[in-house]
Design a protein around this ligand. Structure first.
Ligand SMILES: [Ca+2]
Length: 176
């Protein structure tokens, strides 16, 4: 410091840094419980609740419902839907769906969850998606593994919703 002459103005060049990065859009979170009974080959999924969903309706909130698709090798085997919860971003569903999946197949299937905003007019818009099972990463594979490690017991987990295009691309990508 003592080499600086405080009586003189100091001129310094600084590189410009980028402005605030655009915040990643939050789509919301969904709480799901998974249960598998290997002896009976019975898989049960409970769509429990969602929170902080994205607002989709002009002059309102969203009217969320959840679609559950069971698929294998990109082929849809079964699909189920919850009821529609009107005008809320924090819906409580507590709706269960069961599927028969033999033990020999349970490691090969994928469960894809899509939260939609119901619209009376026009098509329903997807708010976001998440998936679990074969080829999933992060929470998706963690939750699935915990279900398999705890047969007959329901295992609940929150999942963050991701943009539809992102999940569809991940589902199509070859498994590494
Ligand atoms: Ca709507």
């Amino acid at each position: 410091m003592n080499s600086i002459d405080l009586a003189q103005p100091i001129q310094e060049w600084k590189d410009l840094v980028g402005g605030e990065k655009e915040e990643i859009e939050k789509l919301g979170d969904i709480c799901i419980s998974l249960r598998y009974v290997p002896t009976a080959g019975k898989f049960t999924i409970n769509i429990m609740e969602a929170k902080n969903l994205k607002k989709m309706d002009v002059g309102g909130l969203s009217d969320p419902f959840v679609k559950v698709v069971l698929q294998h090798n990109g082929k849809r085997l079964k699909k189920k839907k919850t009821s529609v919860k009107q005008n809320t971003l924090n819906p409580y569903f507590n709706e269960s769906f069961s599927f028969e999946i033999p033990f020999s197949q349970i490691q090969k299937v994928q469960v894809v969850i899509t939260v939609y905003d119901y619209d009376k007019l026009g098509s329903n818009d997807a708010i976001g998606k998440c998936w679990m099972g074969y080829g999933a990463s992060g929470i998706g594979i963690k939750h699935w593994s915990e279900m398999l490690a705890n047969p007959r017991r329901p295992v609940a987990q929150w999942h963050s919703l991701c943009p539809e295009e992102e999940v569809d691309a991940a589902l199509k990508a070859p498994i590494r």
